[in-house]
Write a protein that binds this ligand. Structure first.
Ligand SMILES: C[S@@+](CC[C@H](N)C(=O)[O-])C[C@H]1O[C@@H](n2cnc3c(N)ncnc32)[C@H](O)[C@@H]1O
Length: 208
């Protein structure tokens, strides 16, 4: 595991902006709901759990597997779980988010909020592996224009997945990994740390 990266996120965990990330994760997750019942959700790079908690509230899954390589971020998530996951449906795991610790074709929904730019293109290929045919992926990314990481975080951005500048460029990432039924949109988040992010939703095809 890349412990250098985990250490950077550990160091940032205490000041983590839960409010912004909850707004993004909620918008991402509500649009991932479909007609089918959701049994298993995978939350890749869960951080303090924003998307995992949104899944419990908005998708009513049987189980959520939520992975992050930062022990300190997961500690924050577990502290919030008493209130936000009272039924204990989230299985928190410390480790690399890619590959997902799940069998092929097992997940109904994959969520990845504000993290794909750290995971790289291999994550998208892995999500196609773990999703069942017809399963849905939902990820958010910062926009290139508003993404201004510190040097420590800039060094962690994956070289093979450029931060997109517009919805079309974000959608192209999903298309390149073989997803279909792709939608991409901007989300403007107001507040003291106002930012614009890109939300992408797509489906794992039945035929590939
Ligand atoms: C900006 S935070 C987003 C966290 C969360 N998804 C949210 O929306 O609040 C990025 C997260 O990615 C995690 N991360 C980055 N690279 C990772 C990797 N290779 N494996 C597991 N977690 C990773 C970091 O520890 C951090 O918690």
């Amino acid at each position: 595991m890349d412990t250098t990266g985990a250490a950077a996120f550990d160091a940032a965990a205490d000041g983590y902006d839960d409010a912004f990330h909850t707004t993004v994760a909620d918008a991402l997750t509500v649009r991932a709901a479909g007609a089918d019942p959701v049994r298993l959700v995978y939350d890749a790079a869960t951080g303090s759990g924003a998307a995992a908690f949104a899944a419990v509230r908005l998708l009513d899954p049987e189980r959520v597997v939520a992975v992050d390589f930062s022990p300190r971020m997961l500690e924050r998530a577990r502290q919030r779980a008493d209130r936000l996951d009272p039924g204990g449906r989230i299985d928190w795991r410390t480790g690399p988010a890619v590959p997902a610790p799940l069998p092929d074709g097992s997940a109904d929904v994959v969520l990845c909020a504000s993290s794909l730019h750290f995971l790289g293109a291999a994550a998208l290929r892995d999500w196609r592996r773990v999703l069942r045919p017809g399963g849905r992926v939902a990820f958010s990314l910062p926009t290139a224009a508003t993404f201004t990481p510190s040097a420590a975080f800039a060094a962690l951005v994956a070289a093979d997945l450029p931060v997109p500048d517009a919805p079309d460029a974000a959608a192209a990432l999903a298309a390149a990994a073989g997803f279909t039924g792709i939608t991409a949109e901007r989300l403007d988040v107001a507040g003291p740390h106002a930012r614009t992010v890109l939300l992408v939703h797509a489906t794992r095809p039945h035929d590939r």
